[in-house]
Design a protein around this ligand. Sequence first.
Ligand SMILES: Nc1ncnc2c1ncn2[C@@H]1O[C@H](COP(=O)(O)OP(=O)(O)OP(=O)(O)O)[C@@H](O)[C@H]1O
Length: 988
Amino acid sequence: MNVTMDHQAKGYGRPDISSASISSDIFEPTISSFDESEAKQLATLVDWLNRILPNLSLPINASDKELRSYLSDGTVLCRILNKLRPGSVIECGGSNQPSESCSDNVKRFLAAMDDMKLPRFQPSDLEKGPMKNVLECLLTLRAHFMPNGNGCALSDSSSPNKSGSDVSISRKLLRQTLGGSHSSRIEVSPQAYSSTLSGEDRRKAASDSKFQRALRSPVMAEPSAALIHHVGHKFHEVFQLKQGCYADLPAAKISEMMKSNSLDNAPTQSLLSVVNGILDESVERKNSEIPHRVACLLRKVVQEIERRISTQAEHLRTQSNLFKAREEKYQSRIKVLEALATGTSEESQVVMNQLQQIKTEKTKMEEKKKLEEQDVVRLAKEKEQINNEIWTLKQELETGRKANEESCLRMETEAKKTQQQLEERLKEVLHLLTESRSRVKELEAYSESKNQRLSKKENIYQNFTDFQLGALQELKLASQTIKQDTLRTQKSYSDEFHRLGTKLKALADASQNYYAVLAENRKLHNEVQELKGNIRVYCRIRPFLPGQKEKQTIIDSLNEYGELAITNPSKQGKDGQRSFKFNKIYGPEAAQADVYSDIQPLIRSVLDGYNACIFAYGQTGSGKTYTMSGPDGASKEEWGVNYRALNDLFNISQTRSRIFTYEIGVQMVEIYNEQVRDLLSNDGSQKKYPSLCVLSFDFTNDLLDISFPLIYLHTLGILSTSQPNGLAVPDATMHSVNSTSDVVELMEIGLKNRAKGATALNERSSRSHSIVTIHVRGADAKNGTSLRGSLHLVDLAGSERVDRSEVTGDRLKESQHINKSLSALGDVIFALAQKSTHIPYRNSKLTQVLQSSLGGHAKTLMFVQLNPELSSYSETLSTLKFAERVSGVELGAARTNKEGRDLRELMEQVASLKDTISKKDEEIERLQLLKDLKNVYPGVTDLDALWNRVSCTSVKATEKTDKLSQKRRQKSTISSQKAAVLGSNCNI
Ligand SMILES: Nc1ncnc2c1ncn2[C@@H]1O[C@H](COP(=O)(O)OP(=O)(O)OP(=O)(O)O)[C@@H](O)[C@H]1O
């Protein structure tokens, strides 16, 4: 090469053919050697291919071009592979298919080769350049599938195949490539080679040696000769080992071998012998594991070999490039020479000769180049195979190493885990031990304290048991005592119940008799009233008023027998004295309650169905209103007859509610100037309805209904006496009385509405007659019968004489009306006394209103009110005379004195009966109360004890009741005595 360049540099203008010849001579021995071997291999391969694919008909001495035409589309390759291993690849079409399919077939074939881990060629090898790589690949494939066939890749078909395995094939290839011990042309040393050749051959051999050196240096990893000479013996010592001893090598020896100096300087043959030795040792040991350090050594050595092969391949590629460049130059020379050939014929002949020579030379060079290229390809192939083998070995080593490492790691992990578990277990055991110890201590302490507590408790229980036993004894005794007490109490209860039963029986009998007694009482009461006279006169003397200067009284004397004596201050002696006798006389000190207690039986008789009339008669300022209503703003003690009568009737109706159902209605009218006006109206003009509920009687059905009146007359009409319901003034407002507060409210309304006028005699003088009418209707709960009674409470207008009242005009008219009505009242009373056939009720409104209570079975009581003042003597005398006349009517009944004895007896009987009735009333009340208590305390059996307890708490009430009873009895006694006196008088 350098020579050629020199020729060009010298400016010969044409290529120096001699130098080219020289240059070609250099490669001669190698080319001839390659041709022979490769031709044989190619023939073997073609024969094999034709046998696999009979239709292929590949020529035995096929050129690269022919081979390319057969193999370039990849179809034949795929078929070969599928023949060898059916289904390995899928063929796509044939040679007439697009180039894409062809390249796909090639790719699939190459992929299959990769899968089999077999060396392969590059796709570009099929497109251009020598087909050596392709042939190598096919030879490898043949060797892979036909290990016992006719030879393997690059090896003589006749050479023995010792193991038949891929490994041994690869190993052989490796030996062949890198100068193994047998039949390798590369391994031949330059000296030995030259000695066997003739002069020309020796020259070629020298060139070959140059080529060999060129192959090996400068990048070939073989050590330089000088270096080998210097340290070769040392490397030899280092790597010279007996086979089968690698596993037993000491670590120091291996590390010495693995040193970079040792490896770098060791000859390739030594390295290969190491690899072979290790692999043989591994084979002999029958797949037993290679020690780690030996594996490391093997890896190092293989790496070194790999490095050297790659260096050699690189060098070959460089050489190939050089040849290519040289070829190009030759081509250009040929062109020049051809151009020259077109010149002179002589020259042309010479040139033609030269050209022929050059062509020959070129052909040789091309062939040589081809061989070199094939050699390069073969070497690359071998390198690849070696790489594969190395890779496989590496994989095996790696797998082994990994398995080892994994095993070690696993074992280490397990050891660690076990150690950890043991440590944890130890800790747990220690912890348990500590806990157990503390627990034992705690239990000991607890046991001790519990022992102490138990001993304490034992003592306490012992004491408690002793105490309980004592208590039990006491309880037994107490139980016996209680048992005895219980028996005693049971007996006493039994006795009590027996007594109570007896009492209850008596009471039941008494209750049965009550109605009979009540009826008898009413009968007797009526008889007594008749005997006493239907008109009774009670006289009441007003006290001097506070602040009154004149305190001289005309009352001379009075006694409890109703006798009154007055004195005329203008007449001295007996002429000046006048005596009167009435049913009752109340002095100035008499209280309202005293007055009422005497008229109470009369009022109560209304509840038994009687009509009664109480009126107050007297001059102005004599105390009529005081007696009937009480003073202005009266307290309960100062209540007059009206309040008390209403309240009393209401209370009695409540107590009798189990026997009778009472309805009490009230009317209040006044007669002013002979006109009747309603006083229970809130409106003074009487054009509005009253605010209170109104009771009215149903005249047709004799029923009392609650409703409002339809018409409110300014002047109310008066009905005749023939009306059965007894309502003289039906249009007057009627209020029901349901409580004491109703009573007070009614009276206040009445007093407010009452017409008043100031006179010279009394600044609060009433100029009208005030009539409060109480209507009572009771229904017997037992037999359903009803009764009706009415009570007129009349506060008459002043009875003074006109001339003294010094009034004129309207006042005079009022006085005339008053006098007229009072004289009409007197006339009626006298007519009744004389039992006249005609009773002049119609002479005045007053007598018309009072008609139902004057005469018949009605009971009439007149309060004669007296002003004790000296100045009122003549008026008082006049009043007394009127009262005497009325009282005389009563006395007229005494005309039957012949019946005095009977009368006395009757009076006594009446008194006795009254006493009995009052006792029965008390007993009934007591029983009623007991019954109520029993309802309240259903568990209490000792009713007597309960009664006593209740009695104690209500002792005041009982005492009061007793007092009243006593008083009543006293009165009865007095009445009896009186009757007796009267009887005796009559007898006299
Ligand atoms: N028994 C009595 N105790 C104390 N004060 C009495 C008594 N009677 C009447 N009075 C007082 O005498 C005065 C005149 O009494 P009252 O108004 O009742 O007379 P009257 O007869 O109703 O007069 P008139 O006919 O004008 O209505 C009043 O202040 C009254 O309080």
